[in-house]
Structures are given as structure tokens and as C-alpha cells.
Design a protein around this ligand. Sequence first.
Ligand code: ZN
Ligand code: ZN
Ligand code: ZN
Length: 331
Amino acid sequence: MSKFFYKAFFICGIFLFYQCGEATEEASNSDIPETSVDEEVDVEGVKLVVLGTVQDAGSPQIGCQKKCCAHLFEQPDLNRMVVSLGVIDENSKETYLFDATPDMPAQMELLNRKSGLDLSKTPDAIFLTHAHIGHYTGLMYLGKEAMNADKVPVYAMPKMTSFLESNGPWSQLVQSENIVLKELRASDSFGFGQDISVTPILVPHRDEFSETVGFVISGPSKTALFIPDIDKWDKWNQDIVGWVKRVDYAFLDATFYDAEEINNRDISEIPHPFVVESMETFKELNLQERNKIHLIHFNHTNPLLGGSNVQVEKVLDYGFKIAETGMVISL
Ligand SMILES: [Zn+2]
Ligand SMILES: [Zn+2]
Ligand SMILES: [Zn+2]
């Protein structure tokens, strides 16, 4: 944290003044993709936009005829997109995308609309967390069958990079220079635009084809942690509670709420921190610290996707926030 304060003191006073004085969240209904077209961003700064909150397979999930999804095949909820974050640097007019999901066409458009930039603009960098379907397959839209993009920089860890280079159809994107791969190294920061830095941190997950990372995303005055997928918090060699204390926002894996959701299977065997387990993990934090935690990456069965219900109430009472598509925060 001290590093970021240190940085902040060296930024011109006016900018600091703007950033500190600003309420940092605009959320929910007024921010749904269809109605946010004419929303103006008032301060030239760095913004983080939530572009999707659902687990890899989306909602409705293929074949699901349960009450979580059945109605959504006929009446889709446009806010239910796969987990992704975007960053807008209003000064350099650059945009950055965190994970390339199967919903990338709508998400890239939403990011551009929020930024007021050309709606067909491709991101100035795409960062990938890992090789599971919700997190990288959106790259396909950059290829010849879709927009035939020109040299979009894609930042990924070494195994993820070689997975993309050596397996079709991704290798074709590399050969045709639709994308240009840039290798990340764990815990090494990359600097971008207006005092933005992005740092990958390794996390434990099912790593069949690639490593898995979360990202620390810092702007001129605030820092966000993004961990959409992780095995249990206690399987990590780092202290998540300490991380939450050090950052201003934490977008954390909330794939499943509790065991009931997965037919009462033993939750200790499911490789995600259940929301009820996270409540235990973060109990030592005060309300202000808990408010930093924005739950994300909801499975189609997760009651937290469902608007108002007991679980939503419980989570909000506890002090967590539920990430919503279209939410914007200042960094
Ligand atoms: Zn995932
Ligand atoms: Zn379902
Ligand atoms: Zn995954």
C-alpha cells in the first residue's frame, strides 16, 4: 500500500485532489449495457469497468433446464456475461481487457462505450489469467473469420503463451499477426499509459494447459486485485486477508455459494473457495475492509446471480459486494 501512496504523492496535486474527492462506484441498474450509452465520464482518470461476472460456461448454461437457467434461453439477461474486467485510461485513450471471454464482442463494445472511444477499437492490451474456456477463447473473434485484428498485444504467462503458439486455432492468430504475444513473469509489473501497472500473481488452480494467475491492477491512486479462479484460500502460499488489506478493491472467486448448490457434495473437495468459506476466511476484517471485496465468477447455479434472496441479503449484510456488469470504479 505504501508504494501506491508514494506514487500518488508524486502525481500532480490537482489530479490527486480529483481522485480523492470522487465517490468511486457507480453501479447497478443505471449501468446496464443498453442504457449506459450516453453516460459521460467526468474526470480524466483511470477507470475500471466490470464487463462480466459469470463463470466460464455462462448463464444460461448449455443444457441446464433447472430454474436457474430454463427461463433465460427465451429471455436472456444481457448483463450475464462471462467474467472480465476492462480498464480505461482517459488520458492516453487506451483500453485494457482482462480475460478474453466467449462474450468478448459485447464486452469490447461495452468497454468502448464506457470510454467514449471508437466502438470498434480493439484493446491496447489483453491480459489472460489462464487456459480455461471462459478466460481466453474470446481471442477467436480477433481472427480471420471475425474482425481480422491487427497485432493486438496479448499478455500471458510462459505456459499460456506456448499453449497459444503451438495449438490451433490460436496459433493461426499468432502466425497471421492478429495477436502479438507478450510474455509475463510472475510478480513482475508491466507499466502502461497514465501510471497504470499490471502485475500477475500465481494462484493454485487446475493447471492442465497453463499456469493460473490473478492480476494486481494499479492506477494513479487506487489498486484492484482480480482473482477470478483459485483453489481454496488456504491452498495458496500467500495470505489473501493481507492482500485485501493492501488493496482498495478485490474482485474474488465466488463460483459457488454453498454445498446445497452442488447437491450437498463435500465442499472441501470442490476446488474453489465457497462464499460461505470466504465469510469465515475474512471474518477478522472490519466492515470497511470487507467492503473492498467484490464477489465475481458466479456459477449459473449461484443464488447471488438471482437478484434479491436470502443469500444476497446475507452477503451484503456481511459487508461483501456483489460485482455487477457495468460497474465502474476509479483507480
Ligand atoms: Zn473460470
Ligand atoms: Zn442453470
Ligand atoms: Zn479456471
